[in-house]
Design a protein around this ligand. Structure first.
Ligand code: MRU
Length: 363
């Protein structure tokens, strides 16, 4: 993705003893990058959401572990750091997927070879994520083309929730990748961007991305999507996901479930875009997905820019009130029209997933 003419990925190596990320807590008001030099800094960045999005935290976790291996390549240290990084955010399976893959690649190798191998494996995880996102984009583009063909001369309206763009992956994105390709293909598009309270990933990150790419978009209060669906102003919904079970249940940012219900009631197709690293083949039911509970401060306070240009955090609730803050909810497979993956599109069913990933199913 290009920012002011410079190509960025959302994570990148710096030599062999550090890596860079975009500080997403500063967007959209400031574009700042951070250099991370050890696994503890990577864990802090994931926990505080300086870096976020399911596929991206997998790649950041992998680089964090690779830095730890440079300090101490013993089995015990690798295990300790895998556990430390894995517990930073519980819902997105991509983090554990990447850490377990790293551990698997390292533990049966001689200690002296592990540092170089770990760095290489982290880079491979990042490169593969880019390739998967690009392929998701191509597969989702076919669906958008079909919708555009059914309404010649008219704009295709797509609703998305949270941020599943290049800021949530290493590049391109999942839900937003087909949108970027469709825009570049000349399809007339407009995106309804759910603001995505409480952290506003839609208003602050998705809108920033779409604006940077020149995609026409409008930010909506989270509660407005159903209204526009009833008015016939949403042709499809595309969201990303943090974990999909083998039966097709979908964990994604809190509020996704309500959009899926509204979409079903209004016959609006509801697609979920994901790389295969987001499928948890060990779980059948979405009820077994751990849901991250975050600080009540995210609900009770808001960050924004003041007229003098400075960024401040303000309280928005009655003093003394508490808040609940589940980070994610689960959309049952029956509400999902289809999965858009790097291998193609399938039904949100065990059979659908097995048809695309026969070698994974049953593991
Ligand atoms: O809490 P976040 O901002 O990390 O949540 C991100 C999402 O819910 C995304 O939709 C999901 O990770 C898919 S990203 C390609």
């Amino acid at each position: 993705m290009k920012i002011n003419g410079t190509h960025y990925r959302s994570v990148w190596p710096i030599g062999e003893d550090a890596f860079g990320i975009i500080d997403q807590t500063k967007l959209p008001h400031e574009f700042a990058t951070l250099t991370l030099r050890n696994a503890e800094a990577a864990a802090h960045a994931i926990l505080t959401m300086q870096t976020r999005g399911a596929p991206l935290i997998g790649a950041v976790g992998a680089y964090g572990l690779a830095l730890a291996v440079r300090e101490d390549a013993s089995d015990e240290h690798i295990q300790k750091v895998v556990e430390m990084l894995a517990e930073t955010r519980p819902t997105a399976i991509n983090l554990k997927w990447a850490l377990w893959r790293m551990r698997g690649a390292l533990l049966n190798q001689p200690c002296e070879a592990r540092a170089a191998l770990a760095w290489q494996e982290a880079a491979t995880i990042a490169d593969e994520d880019v390739a998967m996102s690009e392929a998701i984009g191509r597969n989702g583009l076919k669906i958008i083309r079909d919708i555009a063909a059914r309404k010649p001369g008219k704009t295709v309206n797509i609703l998305t929730h949270c941020n599943a763009g290049w800021l949530a992956t290493v590049d391109y994105g999942t839900a937003l990748a087909p949108i970027y390709l469709a825009h570049d293909d000349g399809i007339s598009l407009h995106v309804w961007v759910d603001e995505t309270r409480p952290r506003n990933q839609g208003a602050s990150l998705t809108a920033f991305e779409l604006g940077s790419h020149g995609v026409d978009h409008t930010i909506l209060a989270d509660n407005a999507g159903g209204h526009y669906m009833q008015a016939g102003e949403v042709d499809m919904v595309i969201v990303g996901t943090d974990r999909v079970t083998a039966h097709g249940d979908v964990a994604n940012k809190i509020g996704t479930y309500l959009k899926a219900l509204a979409a079903r009631d209004n016959n609006v197709p509801f697609y979920v875009a994901l790389p295969s690293s987001t499928i948890d083949w060990t779980l059948d039911s979405g009820r077994d997905i751990p849901i991250e509970e975050r600080s009540e401060d995210e609900v009770l306070k808001m960050a924004g820019r003041l007229p003098d240009g400075s960024v401040a955090i303000v309280e928005i609730a009655a003093p003394g009130s508490g808040a609940a803050n589940p980070g994610f909810d689960v959309t049952p497979a029956r509400l999902v029209t289809g999965f858009i993956t790097e291998r193609g599109t399938c039904a949100a069913t065990p059979e659908g997933l097995r048809s695309l990933f026969p070698h994974k199913a049953g593991q």
